[in-house]
Design a protein around this ligand. Sequence first.
Ligand code: ZN
Ligand code: ZN
Length: 175
Amino acid sequence: MALDSTEGSLKERGVRLTRQRQILLELIDRTGAHLDVEQLYRMAKERDPKINRVTVYRTVKMLKSGGLVDELDLMHYEGDQHYYETRLKQEHAHVVCLRCGRVEEFFGEPLQRLRKQIESHFGFQILVARTEVGGYCAHCQTLRAREVQAVRHDAESAAKAPGGAHTRRAHTRPE
Ligand SMILES: [Zn+2]
Ligand SMILES: [Zn+2]
């Protein structure tokens, strides 16, 4: 259903939907995931072995400028990478774990409320809003607590050992 409306708006814009473009659009639309160009390329290749990277890049660019997909950087968790998702999903915030890279989507009324508040506060008409939150997921918080403990434990035993922690660090970690 969602895909039909995407195709409709493409036709309105006079964009011809070739088979390969169709494959890419379907992938972005139906997976509902946040895919980078490389992932898209690999998935598309399974459906059409003749598809090439250039087509993937061009199509993504076209879908983006046509307002059909959103480009995200997800807190730059993996560097300069960009990720794409369909614009047809309801507005949501991305909650990114900066340790494991897990991405959660937060849907909810507070986002709409924030949008309205910003619009009335600045007399602004919002066309696009992107909310990203970075931090540690529950799982990674546990792991981090363990790591901190382990580091502390190491430091304590190093301090007790002959030679002490300071001299050892100075040798192993030149700045
Ligand atoms: Zn995590
Ligand atoms: Zn999303």
